[in-house]
Design a binder for this molecule. Structure first.
Ligand code: PMV
Length: 323
């Protein structure tokens, strides 16, 4: 058995589109920040007495779909370790309750680390990243801490990027509740965009430019440039989704109000740039010095049900393993 912990990450240049859905290979690169406040802890026990893989998520038996995705990762681990034993998997999201945040990135990263160790394998971080990617594209990035770049070529793996901004960047996460319908899953939504959005080709042409600019901003320690790219890139991703037919619209009224608040903060000289994933919540790129002011401003918005401040998270790691 082994237990691993991984932090979620939020993309600053988004992954939105696959070149090979079967192997879950991304059509373009992406770039993210790993967050300390959003942690998943997963234990994997290979159990000779188990007839089938089992998955308990946050204390309850998982859905058939979640179990099948987990079993697919376990199958890859078993093939590599040359074992046939089934596993019992328990996974807990240490996110503040009712956060409404997706946990696939931290979840599949923690699963990859725990399952390989439990099977007696000792994989390099890059191999763990490739394995986690099979569960969820963004999970490949959660193997690493701080700023992370995902490479789309070849086996598609992530790797860390050093930047002086890691010392002062923070993220404010504004959860939009208010009875919003469940968001359309990213996997299905990406395929729908690729098949029907007239803006999809333009999106794919944009990503390499935003990646190059974001990496230059990271190297230079230029938060203004990084924030501006992150906000513009997220809006371009959502424009692509909105233009698909029928449309995919993730935003709620509070999402737009948050975007306006972030612009107002910036106009007052506060470091704040918005990014949005496949849901209504808004994540604000900011600094250690400005985070409390940004959190207060977002908390006031009608429809915002929870606000968190997160610092930079570390890499996925084993918590316990047999000696
Ligand atoms: O990792 P997936 O398949 O859930 O896709 C992630 C999609 C976004 O969160 C919208 C963007 C990203 O790069 O994380």
């Amino acid at each position: 058995m082994a237990t691993a912990r991984a932090c979620a990450n939020i993309a600053l240049v988004k992954y939105w589109g696959k070149r090979d859905p079967a192997r879950n290979l991304p059509a373009a690169g992406s770039l993210s920040l790993t967050l300390a406040a959003l942690v998943t802890e997963t234990t994997v026990v290979f159990d000779a007495a188990a007839a089938a893989d089992q998955l308990v998520l946050d204390g309850a038996p998982a859905s058939a779909g979640d179990l099948a995705r987990t079993a697919a990762i376990l199958d890859l681990v078993r093939a590599r370790a040359k074992i046939a034993t089934r596993a019992r998997v328990t996974s807990e999201n240490r996110f503040p309750t009712a956060s409404g945040l997706a946990s696939s990135a931290s979840g599949y990263a923690a699963l990859a680390v725990a399952a390989t160790r439990a099977a007696g394998l000792d994989l390099a971080p890059r191999e763990l990243s490739v394995l986690a990617r099979r569960g969820s594209g963004s999970a490949a990035r959660s193997i690493f801490g701080s700023f992370v770049r995902m490479r789309a070529e070849g086996d598609a793996y992530a790797e860390p990027i050093a930047s002086p901004l890691a010392e002062r960047i923070q993220m404010v996460i504004a959860i939009v509740g208010g009875g919003a319908p469940k968001s359309r899953g990213s996997r299905d939504a990406m395929e729908h965009c690729a098949a029907t959005s007239p803006l999809y080709a333009a999106w794919l042409a944009l990503v390499p430019r935003d990646l190059a600019a974001a990496e230059a901003a990271l190297a230079a320690g230029d938060l203004d440039a990084l924030g501006a790219i992150a906000e513009a890139n997220a809006l371009a991703m959502h424009a692509t989704a909105m233009a698909s037919r029928p449309a995919i619209v993730y935003w709620q009224p509070a999402t737009l109000a948050l975007l306006a608040e972030v612009r107002a903060l910036r106009a007052r000289g506060v470091a704040a740039w918005a990014t949005i994933d496949a849901g209504p919540h808004v994540k604000v790129v900011t600094t250690i010095d400005a985070a409390v002011e940004v959190a207060r401003a977002t908390q006031k918005i009608d429809g915002v049900t929870n606000v968190m401040i997160s610092g930079v998270g570390g890499p996925a790691a084993i918590v316990e393993a047999p000696r």
